[in-house]
Design a protein around this ligand. Sequence first.
Ligand SMILES: [Zn+2]
Ligand SMILES: [Zn+2]
Length: 735
Amino acid sequence: MPKRPTIIKVAMPVPLDRLFDYRLPADLPIPDIGARVSAQFGSRRMTGVVLALAENSELPASKLKNLVAVIDTTAVLPTSLLELLRWTAGYYHYPVGEVLAAALPATLRSGKPAEIETTVSWRLTEPGRGSDPQQLKRAPVQQQLLQQLQESGEILNREQLEELSANWRNAMRGLVDKGLVEELRETVKPKPAGEPVGGPTLNPEQAAAAESINAANGYQAFLLSGVTGSGKTEVYPAAIDRQLAAGKQVLMLVPEIGLTPQLVARLQQRIAQPVLALHSGLSDGQRHNAWLQAATGEPLVVLGTRSAIFTPLPRLGLVIVDEEHDRSFKQQDGFRYHARDIAVMRASRERVPVVLGSATPSLESMHNVASGNYSLLDLTIRAGGAQLPRIGLIDMKQHSVHDGLSPPLVTAIGERLDRGEQSLLFLNRRGYAPVIMCRDCGWIQHCPRCDAHMIMHRQKNLSRCHHCGSETPLPTACPGCESTNLKPVGEGTERVEQALAKLFPAARIDRIDRDTTARKGALEQKLKAIHDHQVDIVVGTQMLSKGHDFPMITLVGVLNADQGLYGVDFRGPEHLIQQVMQVSGRAGRAEHEGEVLIQTWHPQHPVFQALMTHDYGQFVEAALHERQAAGFPPYTNFVLLRAESTAPVKALAFLDQVAKIGTGLAAQYKGVQIFDAISAPMEKRAGRYRAQLLVSANGRGLLHQLLNHWLPRIENLPDARKVRWSVDVDPVDMY
Ligand SMILES: [Zn+2]
Ligand SMILES: [Zn+2]
């Protein structure tokens, strides 16, 4: 008989990248690898995940603590997922305990049992209905709850009780013991509401794409690309159905667009098995149940945003990443993983096909097609035979522009109004004006905590910093010269909306941006109004660019298209063309031909030339060529080390030391280049001074070897505790 292991090696949710040894007391069961345990860490009790069992520890016996409890005897994280998470921790150089914690729902992190929770509510019994609450005056919480039950229609659920009293649990138990209240339990599992409805018949291209995916044997990566309106989303149900019919599970990732519930509902109509949503809008309890239901291995679809990539799916058969180019797949703080990249890795490790879909694929994915790693499934036919919209450029140098609107664009909007059609104006800037300036002395209102201007929000009567959220009342006089001659410079969505109202007083105008859709349900309501043609002109930010089709919009105006074209981000042009193509795709479906008018100061830029001819491929080819010449990803691999500090210069000085150590080590790693530490493009943000250090390499292997040597040395620098620093592997945001 094998000896009982006495040492449990645990990944704890702490920022230290190693495992911790605990002694397994004889009275505790032996946990599986992947099970949760409760252990004392310093002064706190925490939930960790078992990663190994051993007979001995390298630590002296006096340093070993006993495990407090074994929460699960069987693994909550199936082996395949656990291995993926360990790989992920290594790849992103992030502490394994924190990576595992990020994969678990909050309920399981806090040590709750890994069981699907039943919904519980409490109901008055017959005696309870007739009982006088006054009799309970020695138990005031019981008295309060009984009274509330009698007043509120006899049933209360957990959420309602939470609001009534923090001590409701004990009191409710007391009422149940007295026979005044009874508990109602039901297991609620999401189930399809009815029979699935069939989708449209696939055209030959779509059918061939679905067939290729279904024919994949083991791992294969597909890039499903195609002009907007080519019906790429019709291919998904066909591929999903095949997997579910074979008893498999499907993971589908979508960008964070606040519309996941609608996507779930739409997919559920087509599919006979459950479609589980996993996104940030869920309550802890909902997430808990969905996660555990997926872990059972029953055939179902998990549809979720970024973090859904870590859902346990023991019978995974297919992974889909829709809108794979979207930036929201990359987490921008803490554990900076890229869900699309992990999706490909997960599919490869679990030997299942993966489909990346986009009308405007990322250069990384296009490069993978060119180098033979991905198979391209290209859809070229627009559904219903609709034409691609006509694209026109408005050269801003030739026009006098008021409130961001050029005369040709205003004329085009007027024509749509006359014909009873809708227009959409796209401007990626919220608020009224991005700058508030004194006309007499040139003073500009800056954020006190950031290297940034304050944005004027006229309706709310305040200025706000979009980087840190600082707010002040709108200035009435210049603090420099006391002049009251203050002027808003430039325009945001709010200003354009007002200007349109003046130009077209009879038109129904609506605005869609973060300010107007903060309230729950507001976005859905506004989208419905556009659909129902209760709106003539829509002004909005990139919130409008994804996921919605508006058949009656025949004009899309792109204001201020040059944003990001000449910025510090080498991906600027890529994001610009993706955004404009996505928003252009909203224009004109079926019988209505669409037109897109782009206002630009640089009509000769290759991005606009490619847009004119709808030739994304041409743009990609040129852009990849440029990236290769410049030594940028996807031809090289980037890692960005960042540091920030409340004191100026400290972060930069720290990264100087880091660079020095790295340069010493890099001599052994040919093809790795360590640049100079520099201040971040926006050095001060939210009161902290930021610096960054770029590392580029010709091969991932070498880069990770270097980091494995380098990072422990950085951790040991005395200054490493005085600044906040982080590692960003494959950074998407360069500042
Ligand atoms: Zn002034
Ligand atoms: Zn700020």
